[in-house]
Design a protein. Structure first.
Lengths: 260, 190
């Protein structure tokens, strides 16, 4: 019993030591898991976390107070009349097209291979899903996509500072499945993922989340119960891991859906 | 509208009262903008973050829970997360500047002349942070305003990871002591 008490005491001491950094979100993932696993067993650490939480909240008030530009008030007043999605208006002239650089060309080549090499497609899906039913469905999708009328919607950066970000969606009007690929997106933190949205005039649907590889590329196969042509655009936002019911950030990539 | 408490104001926003949103901005717009400016260090970015913050408040107002804290803390927490998301998306390496906060305020925008008593009551942290050794305050600010982990701070400052962890721990421990003393004095005055 005594050794168990000592062990718990040592454990709580370790938790207590990590509390300041944990409260400020600077602990490494392993340390975070350690704190969260044992916190409830350490009342002193719980109290300490509460105190550091107050200090963290106090930091919100440290910046010197400055006056916001007068025109911001008018923009804020317009928010209730703006669409629910924090989507910037689809203005083709304002969308920055990705540079056609070597990286993009290489990514495009990968995309072409991806779509038109049956063997590659088969192996990819087998590796990702390893379920026969899903595999058959994906093969069916691939076959259908090869049969013509395939639409490729290019996603473009919404901001001039993100011009390297790129992506495209392969879809067909008579199919419910589609394929997204992206390139040059920054890696997400562990608690974040990218989320793909179908954006309509009066509603939007999150159709899947994904992370990118270390080289910034990523692929997502997704489905929609409604035809893709019922929507006006595809959009990608950065969301908490697991996705959000509605976008919490502005989209970084958008592609306008047009019927074939 | 100006006589409404913060809680009453949020109830109006939840009921889609557009004037209530403008009143919320009138009360706390400068605070939101100031924090956004501190994180992003750019006026255009701060404007975007401010808009995004109030956009989220309007469309996700039902998430407001008066039992969990004050409205201004909730609002500024959203602001901080939004601003950090912005700079992460941009992968902007903000320069670590030894510039004093007062100087930074002059560089980044006009000091507010708005009477905001709530802000005055709460800006104790400004005084406390100046009492920390510069390197400890710098480490804490990088963690808080840029959302950097120990490892990322070490990389940014080109310091060993252990040094960063020590600075962070010592700085926060001192901040805690100063915080407790200040609150004790406050309670005695009250």
């Amino acid at each position: 019993m005594t050794s168990q008490t000592n062990s718990n005491s040592t454990l709580c001491e370790e938790v207590l030591n990590l509390i300041p950094a944990y409260a400020f979100g600077t602990t490494d993932p392993e340390e975070t898991r350690f704190v969260e696993k044992h916190l409830s067993d350490c009342p002193e650490a719980v109290a300490e976390l509460s105190l550091y939480g107050e200090i963290r909240d106090g930091m919100l008030f440290e910046p010197p107070l400055v006056t916001a530009p007068p025109h911001l008030a008018e923009k804020i007043a317009q928010i209730p009349r703006s669409p629910k999605v924090a989507v910037q208006p689809l203005r083709p002239e304002s969308i920055t097209r990705p540079h056609f650089n070597v990286g993009w060309a290489a990514a495009a080549a990968v995309l072409v291979l991806f779509v038109f090499s049956n063997l590659y497609w088969f192996n990819q899906i087998q590796g990702i899903q390893a379920e026969n039913a899903a595999l058959l469905e994906d093969q069916r999708m691939f076959t259908a996509m090869r049969s013509g009328d395939l639409v490729e919607t290019e996603l473009a950066a919404t901001d001039e500072t993100m011009t390297d970000y790129s992506g495209s969606v392969l879809w067909k009007e008579d199919m419910q499945s589609a394929l997204l690929r992206v390139a040059n997106l920054p890696s997400t933190d562990e608690d974040q993922e990218y989320q793909l949205w179908l954006i309509g005039a009066d509603h939007l649907i999150g159709v899947g989340t994904f992370r990118v590889n270390p080289d910034g590329t990523g692929v997502l196969k997704f489905e929609s119960d409604e035809p893709f042509t019922a929507f006006s655009a595809f959009g990608i936002t950065l969301e908490p891991a697991g996705g959000s019911p509605a976008p919490t950030t502005s989209p970084m990539l958008i592609g306008e859906i047009s019927s074939t | 509208m100006v006589d409404l408490s913060d809680d009453e104001l949020m109830l109006r926003i939840i009921r889609r009262d557009e004037a209530a949103l403008s009143e919320l901005y009138r009360r706390y717009g400068n605070a939101v903008y100031s924090l956004a400016l501190r994180v992003t260090q750019g006026t255009e970015w701060a404007e975007e973050v401010t808009q995004d913050t109030f956009f989220k408040v309007w469309h996700q107002s039902e998430r407001w829970d008066a039992q969990k804290g004050t409205l201004i803390v909730w609002l500024l927490t959203i602001t901080r997360h939004t601003a950090i998301d912005y700079i992460r998306k941009e992968q902007r390496k903000l320069q670590v500047s030894p510039v004093a906060l007062e100087d930074m305020a002059e560089q980044l925008g006009r000091p507010s002349t708005v009477e905001e008593s709530s802000w005055q009551d709460r800006n104790l942290m400004i005084k406390l942070m100046t009492q920390l050794p510069t390197e400890q305050a710098e480490t804490i600010r990088l963690a808080f305003y840029q959302g950097l982990s120990h490892s990322a701070i070490a990389e940014t400052l080109n310091l060993p990871l252990g040094t960063v962890k020590t600075r962070m721990r010592l700085g926060l421990q001192k901040l805690k002591s100063l915080w407790l003393i200040a609150n004790q004095h406050q309670n005695e005055r009250n």
